[in-house]
Design a protein around this ligand. Structure first.
Ligand code: SDX
Length: 436
């Protein structure tokens, strides 16, 4: 970051001494005011629950321009990556900062393919769950459990450990997600087949059975790979910030990623794709497109607590570029499957049209986000709704790991420890029981 020649002067109306705070410029995006010395110089904290105006770190990985609806991974627009690269190229880019040339692409794909199996003991963790356990509960447990198997790559301060842990997590997440799915289905696990592509391998582990192999449909495999690319990273979102904060204590990368999986599960975050599809199915069940107006009325009624899931975003105040690409993928997949008239897709598009013309949404700059269409694509591919967020976690693992490694690789990083504005009881003495 570059020091700006502009200073921020903070003055107080009670005559307390004012202070000058340095400003720093990034390569693109808003400047930052460096408040690291604020408490030391003023005895005051800043206050920003939800971090609406707070930069928690400096990063070179992903940049979002919320007003333009632009998303860049290491400077490359998501539209170009999603159409000209595959997910493993994107992983390489997020981890190492550049797109691989042909040789590096081959080496990286081979390296990842050599780590797709999990230790045979891992399957015994699943047996402890009920068969109807939510896949995100299972995945949170399985990812954390990895730290019990890979003691040779848990020292986060060792760059070699960091690299191998990154490859292991990227390679094993599809295997773990497919195991969680098979366990719920009561079907045997399917081992990875390394000659297949990353997305093809995942879909075979999901849908093959001992009785029938699974011939991946290239359109569906491409769609799955694009879903992975679109979900790979997204600046300091809630789950990435969770991974950074968790990792800042020096815990092992598997534990930190497990914390990210747990955070992503929430319906305000990665759980929104499951919630969005359930929302569309509810509307469809209760009358479909004719009922959209009534549903939108509920959403606008503050007392209803009903939200249009898959809409709105903390950063995007324009169309989420990932939603546009996801909608295109919907067209491709539904077309390839002869489902062009899929009622849910039609319902989603009419819901989007009505919302984008409604003053409530326009005034609040609420647009479709990545979760609005992703469920329709996944459902068409045959992924059960309960697995949508687990697939989001599978894709986001590379972003979490890249961000974690960027933090740990920064000599200036410290353990994250926010302060608070205390509004509770002042000091008081414990009264005897009889007087309570
Ligand atoms: C992801 O951060 C990331 O980058 C996340 C993510 C990633 O890749 O990591 O992009 C993935 O999590 C996408 C978001 C998925 N979540 C949803 O689709 C759930 C529905 N969306 C909302 O819960 C909400 O929009 C958030 C949580 C996404 C953003 O919330 P903010 O930024 O805290 O905004 P807000 O809740 O303060 O909303 C501002 C106004 C409020 O109305 P007023 O109080 O001003 O009258 O907009 C309203 C909100 O009530 N609003 C919505 C709405 N989202 C916001 N009203 C109806 N439906 C919605 N979806």
């Amino acid at each position: 970051m570059t020091p700006s020649d502009v200073k921020a002067t903070l003055s107080f109306s009670d005559g307390s001494p004012s202070i000058d705070l340095p400003l720093y410029k990034g390569s693109i995006g808003p400047d930052v005011i460096d408040i690291r010395k604020l408490y030391g110089q003023t005895g005051k904290f800043t206050y920003d629950p939800g971090f609406l105006s707070t930069a928690s770190c400096q990063s070179t990985i992903t940049y979002i321009d919320g007003d333009k609806g632009e998303l860049l991974y290491r400077g490359y627009p998501i539209e170009q990556l999603a159409t000209q690269c595959d997910f493993l190229d994107t992983c390489y880019l997020l981890l190492y900062g550049e797109l691989p040339n042909e040789q590096k692409q081959k080496d990286f794909h081979k390296l990842v393919s050599e780590h797709t199996m999990v230790h045979e003991q891992m399957q015994f963790f699943l047996r402890g769950f009920r068969r109807d356990a939510h896949p995100m509960a299972v995945l949170t447990g399985l990812v954390g459990a990895l730290s019990a198997f890979y003691h040779d790559s848990t020292d986060i301060t060792n760059p070699t450990h960091r690299d191998i842990a990154a490859i292991r997590l990227i390679a094993k997440m599809p295997t773990l997600v497919a195991m969680a799915y098979k366990y719920g289905e009561g079907q045997p696990y399917v081992y990875p087949r390394n000659k297949l592509s990353y997305a093809g391998n995942f879909m075979r582990m999901m849908f093959a059975t001992p009785c029938e192999d699974y011939e991946p449909n290239e359109v569906l495999v491409r769609a799955m790979d694009r879903i992975f690319i679109l979900h790979a990273d997204h600046e300091q979102n809630a789950s990435t910030s969770t991974v950074r904060l968790c990792g800042s204590s020096g815990t092992n990368p598997f534990a930190a990623i497990a914390a990210g999986v747990a955070c992503l599960w929430g319906p305000a975050h990665g759980g929104a794709n499951e919630a969005a599809l359930n929302m569309l199915e509810d509307i469809q069940r209760n009358g479909g497109v004719e009922k959209v107006g009534e549903f939108i009325k509920q959403v606008k009624d503050k007392n209803s607590s009903v939200k249009l899931m898959g809409f709105g975003h903390r950063v995007y105040k324009n169309y989420d570029p990932r939603a546009k690409l996801m909608r295109e993928t919907c067209h491709e997949v539904l077309g390839a499957l002869g489902l062009e008239n899929d009622p849910l897709f039609k319902l989603a598009m009419s819901l989007e049209k009505i919302a984008l013309e409604d003053e409530y949404f326009v005034a609040r700059k609420l647009y479709p986000n990545v979760d609005f269409y992703s469920g329709i694509v996944q459902r068409a591919i045959g992924i059960p709704v309960s697995l949508f967020t687990a697939i989001f976690a599978l894709a986001r693992t590379v972003g979490w790991i890249a961000q974690l490694n960027e933090m740990i690789g920064d000599p200036e990083y410290k353990i994250g420890r926010p302060r608070q504005l205390f509004v509770g009881s002042e000091r008081r003495d414990v009264p005897p029981l009889a007087q309570r």
